[in-house]
Design a binder for this molecule. Structure first.
Ligand SMILES: [Zn+2]
Ligand SMILES: [Zn+2]
Length: 225
């Protein structure tokens, strides 16, 4: 019994030690595995990050008859808020967009034609002095200051319905409003925001700039606002 007792006494710490070793080894493996799986998780979450959207280019398309000073002004002002603005050579207004009964051009046809010639990652901003129109709910051929896809790669703006005394400023405000639509922005409830709805009137003079919400949306799209 002595032996037994001796053995027992001796064997007990060894057993406990062995058990402790086993437990610590087991725990160690667990920690390592956790670290490993954490690394894998980090790797996985990095690999599913959205790729950066390609840079956007803004191409200004002046249509024949527009005062050269006006297209240059739009180019100058847009270049202050966007790093990639260029001017396309002047072209004549497509006959296909002409609406003879009211001597004006269909804005929906113009942006459709622009859409088809736009290069990838480019948006074409058409500028004209002619009256432009589109369908508005149940009204066929409703005169507008501008029209753009939301979102999309084409928009068009006309000087025809703008106030002559501050034509340049109004033209720019409508142009950047339509560009905002092409970048996915909807109409804004803030009446001083450039994205406010015209609602059939010309309230452009009340617009002071983009509200914080619209501004942050455009900054994410590459605008310097
Ligand atoms: Zn609008
Ligand atoms: Zn806004």
């Amino acid at each position: 019994m002595e032996l037994c007792s001796k053995c027992y006494k001796k064997s007990k710490p060894i057993l406990i030690l062995l058990l402790l070793l086993l437990v610590s080894c087991h725990n160690d493996t667990k920690v390592k595995q956790q670290v490993k799986s954490e690394k894998i998780q980090v790797k996985k979450s990095n690999s599913i990050q959205k790729p950066k959207a390609p840079d956007l280019y803004i191409d200004i398309q002046p249509y024949e008859g527009l005062d050269d000073e006006l297209s240059k002004y739009i180019f100058k002002e847009l270049s202050k808020v966007h790093p990639r603005v260029s001017m396309l050579p002047l072209i004549s207004l497509p006959q296909r967009a002409y609406y003879k009964p009211r001597n004006r051009y269909r804005a929906d046809t113009l942006i459709y034609l622009q859409k088809n010639i736009a290069k990838p990652n480019h948006v074409i901003l058409g500028l004209t002095h002619k009256d432009i129109s589109t369908d508005n709910n149940n009204i066929y051929d409703w005169g507008v200051m501008g029209l753009g896809y939301q979102p999309g790669n084409a928009c068009v703006v006309s000087t025809f319905r703008l106030k002559k005394m501050n034509l340049k400023e109004q033209f720019y405000k409508v142009a950047i409003h339509e560009l905002g639509h092409t970048q996915g922005l909807d109409h804004c409830p803030d009446k001083t925001c450039l994205m406010t709805d015209a609602e059939g009137k010309n309230n452009t003079d009340n617009e002071k700039g983009f509200c914080e919400k619209c501004k942050s949306h455009l900054i994410k799209k590459g605008f310097n606002l």
